[in-house]
Ligand binder design. Structure first.
Ligand code: FES
Length: 105
């Protein structure tokens, strides 16, 4: 599944991510800067904070209570904020654009 990660400075990285991996794993395995995934994906660090257009979030799993708690603590939260480790990649997401916040640049 082709995912385009967009750094805060506009640099784009289009990579192929296996289905079932998270958006965070797809970024870290492909050395995309801007998504750190410090906690390893257990929803406790928020270094995988990213933005996904709301129209593209249809069909993605809803924000869980744990994800919401972590998102509450990030400084540059927006309505389209998600934690990359909580979003599993599916083939339906082909072409998805994922943007990274300024604090992770
Ligand atoms: Fe730590 Fe997502 S990798 S919250």
């Amino acid at each position: 599944t082709e995912i385009t990660y967009v750094e805060h400075n506009g640099t784009e990285h289009t990579v192929d991510v296996d289905e079932g991996m998270s958006l965070m794993e797809g970024a870290t395995l492909n050395m995309v800067p801007g998504i750190e995934g410090m906690c390893g994906g257990i929803c406790s660090c928020a270094t995988c904070h990213c933005y996904i257009e709301l129209s593209d979030q249809q069909g993605l799993p809803a924000i869980s209570e744990g994800e919401e708690d972590m998102l509450c603590g990030v400084e540059d939260r927006r309505p389209e904020s998600r934690l990359g480790c909580q979003v599993p990649v599916t083939s339906a997401m082909n072409g998805l654009r994922v943007a990274m916040p300024e604090s992770q640049s």
